[in-house]
Design a protein. Structure first.
Length: 122
């Protein structure tokens, strides 16, 4: 079993935080409530029942305990990856902290003037 594998299993237990699944390989895994489907889930019992057959995807494996973290959400139809945009840089513009460095001397000058004015009571 590897991360990314799609495996069938049976729901063996339900808790408010997720569902326990026994996979066809004999390994027990947990589908956290956030991985059941996209969006808010008020009650896990409205979606899954003990004994339900599910097709899951392995998203993590604990090498020490042999348990797996599973997901149903990643197998949803139309599931798209959302790209995160970085705040200060991105792949097209390799500018990093350059704009901040250019402004630094101006900010220091403005700060000194402000402190000078406030210390003189202006």
């Amino acid at each position: 079993m590897r991360i990314g594998d799609k495996l069938k299993g049976v729901v063996t237990g339900l808790q408010p935080y997720g569902a326990f699944v026994e996979l066809e390989t004999g390994v027990t895994g947990l589908i956290h409530i956030s991985e059941i489907r996209s969006g808010y889930i008020d009650n896990i019992h409205d979606i899954l029942k003990i004994g339900d057959q599910v097709c899951t995807q392995v998203i993590d494996i604990d090498e020490y305990s042999g348990k797996a973290s599973l997901s149903l959400r990643t197998l949803e139809a139309g599931n798209r990856k959302h790209f995160r945009h970085h705040r200060f840089s991105n792949d097209r513009h390799k500018i990093g902290f350059t704009p901040l460095a250019k402004q630094l001397s101006i900010w220091i000058k403005e700060s000194k003037e402000f402190l000078s004015d406030t210390s003189q009571g202006k």
